[in-house]
Design a binder for this molecule. Structure first.
Ligand code: ZN
Ligand code: FE
Length: 248
């Protein structure tokens, strides 16, 4: 048996996810960007919500926790930092395992966007939920962590198998592509950017992505190639700083 993912758009540019363990029928919400949207997804799918799996404390990720728990009785799992805005039933960190029926999610510490940001990796189904750490052609801003910390986090994700499906929390891909084209002339990036602009013009989603596609074209993962004059972490920091200043 495996998992089924239900993806929905909410707020301005967030993606919410319900993931169901097909063997047990139990479902988890990856973050709670918008309680009404999460509860509508639960209703639409008819799935039994057992868990909320938080990636980090930002309100567009944990802001709906209390309302979703009140409506469903689900348990809330997340990194300690989430308690800044809502209580947790279980606190998890690097290497911990979270069970949803027969599905196992391994917690990967991916701090940098926030200090305690985590990702949830289901090795059997080659699926990872990365919150605001890795985006299609982008990565999260460094609100709390350092470039070295974020580079370490991105390197852990890049070490997952190439065919791992990556579910990120925002549709930022077109603007990420405009920045990427400004720092990287790789033909594979140009091809992908053209596909992304066309998909967005048709109103299509560009998420999920894969580890392989990001390793090939994401300028943040390619930072050591783009800036061979620097150490990998410094190269990443330089690309991140350029994105922060980019007016595209
Ligand atoms: Zn965030
Ligand atoms: Fe976010």
């Amino acid at each position: 048996m495996s998992i089924t993912v239900h993806q929905f758009a909410c707020l301005d540019d967030n993606y919410g996810y319900l993931v169901r363990d097909d063997a047990s029928g139990l479902a988890a919400a990856i973050d709670t960007p918008d309680a009404d949207a999460v509860l509508k997804a639960v209703k639409d799918t008819g799935w039994r919500l057992a868990l909320i799996l938080n990636t980090h404390w930002h309100p567009d990720h944990a802001g709906g926790n209390a309302a979703v728990k009140a409506a469903t009785g689900c348990e809330i799992v997340g990194p300690q930092e989430v308690t800044r805005i809502a209580p947790l039933d279980r606190q998890v960190g690097e290497g911990d395992e979270v069970k949803l029926g027969e599905t196992l999610f391994r917690v990967i510490d991916t701090g940098g966007h926030t200090l305690g940001h985590i990702s949830y990796y289901d090795a059997k189904d080659r699926t990872v939920f990365v919150g605001d750490t890795l985006f299609a052609l982008g990565c999260g801003r460094l609100f709390e962590g350092t470039a070295a910390q974020m580079w370490g986090s991105l390197s852990k994700l890049a070490a997952l198998p190439d065919d791992t499906t990556v579910y990120c929390a925002h549709e930022y891909t077109a603007s990420n592509a405009r920045f990427a084209l400004s720092v990287d002339q790789a033909p594979a990036l140009k091809t992908r950017a053209d596909q992304i602009f066309a998909a967005r013009a048709r109103g299509e989603w560009t998420v999920p992505t894969t580890i392989g596609a990001e390793k090939a074209t994401n300028p943040f993962l390619r930072a050591p190639v783009l800036r061979p004059d620097l150490s990998p972490a410094e190269a990443f920091g330089a690309v991140r700083a350029a994105k922060d200043d980019f007016k595209g």
